[in-house]
Ligand binder design. Structure first.
Ligand SMILES: Cc1ncc(COP(=O)(O)O)c(C=O)c1O
Length: 328
């Protein structure tokens, strides 16, 4: 089963799973692998493209001609939404949190190159941003548009379905390529849709891996509630009912956010350096670097020396350049 509107293809193909032998040795796990969703292949890549394949199809099936979404001015989701909209020939408005755009670098630079309309909403937080997006949608309708609103992070049942499918293809890859059956999968968590999708994927195609989410933004209690809501809303899309959901929630950690969302942390920056220096692979300071820092710490504290670990790289690398000052 999949959303009725189908899929608008944006990925170049299934992303590779690659070994990280030197990194694994440094952090003390049996083996470590990386799922390269930073290489989804379009507009600098990242996890949001998997959600956008279904969201764009939904917008097109409703004959919408304008996509409205939001986030911070350096949002990876906003950049990829703008690119997907342009590819489909649609207009795009980006509603940003706060009152200032900040420096024109990284994602914001790319948004400008795509001539997305940039709107400063003066509000913060997903709910207030969503309200602001709906207000913009009203204004757009008065201009004669048919707008389609995508919530912060692309996290909705339609979008999260992209990660239900990603779970399925990941385990298919494990089988076809003869990879070890991962004991643990670690990934960063923002709005929660990616991990919610993987978790529901696990309900459909159970695998032994322990899904471990590292929060980049919300504290654990709030995040659990949010993920609970996302999973519950997603279940009917895959033909399951809440009663079929027996496995609780994924393991979530909120100890690696650092000072706050959007600000690099010293441990995250160290982790970025370690992966770059052992494997030549780049992560970002807002999501994947902090998640790597979580993995390194968990591996040390929980003794994962017998575990095969998969780190799910969700992209975000354009933000690396925005934060150069904190990294050097
Ligand atoms: C690079 C990167 N990783 C992870 C995430 C988190 O994904 P989700 O919002 O689905 O939890 C985001 C969200 O914007 C992101 O940009």
């Amino acid at each position: 089963m999949q959303p009725a509107s189908g899929k608008y293809s944006l990925l170049w193909g299934e992303t590779p799973i690659q070994p990280l032998p030197r990194f694994a040795e440094k952090i003390g796990v049996k083996s470590c692998w990386i799922k390269r969703d930073d290489l989804t292949g379009f507009a600098f890549g990242g996890n949001k493209l998997r959600k956008l394949e279904y969201l764009l199809a939904d917008a097109l099936s409703q004959k919408c001609d304008l996509i409205i979404t939001g986030g911070s001015p350096q949002s990876n989701h906003a950049r990829l939404t703008a690119a997907a909209a342009r590819r489909a020939g649609l207009d795009v408005w980006l509603c940003f949190a706060g009152n200032t755009l900040g420096q024109v670098q990284g994602n914001l630079l790319l948004d400008q190159l795509m001539d997305a309309r940039l709107i400063l909403t003066g509000v913060y937080g997903s709910e207030d941003l969503l309200t602001a997006m709906h207000e913009q949608a009203e204004a757009a309708r008065r201009e004669g548009y048919r707008p389609y609103v995508i919530p912060v992070g692309g996290s909705s049942p339609v979008g999260d379905y992209g990660y239900v499918k990603a779970w399925e293809s990941c385990w298919q890859q494990v089988r076809e390529e003869g990879l070890p059956s991962f004991d643990r999968i670690v990934l960063p968590v923002g709005s929660g849709g990616t991990i919610a999708g993987l978790w529901v994927g696990n309900q459909l195609n159970p695998a032994p891996a322990r899904l471990t989410g590292i929060s980049a933004w919300m504290e654990k209690d709030e995040l659990e509630q949010e993920i609970y809501r996302l999973i519950r809303d997603l279940l009917p899309y895959v033909g399951l009912e809440t009663a079929d959901w027996t496995e609780g929630l994924p393991e979530l950690h909120d100890d690696y956010i650092g000072r706050k969302y959007g600000v690099p942390s010293p441990d995250g920056n160290e982790a970025i350096r370690l992966l770059a220096q052992t494997e030549g692979i780049f992560t970002d300071p807002i999501y994947t670097g902090k998640a790597l820092a979580g993995l390194i710490d968990i591996a040390a504290k929980q003794d994962c020396s017998e575990e095969h670990v998969l780190f799910w790289h969700t992209g975000g690398t354009p933000a690396l350049f925005t934060h150069a000052a904190s990294m050097t």
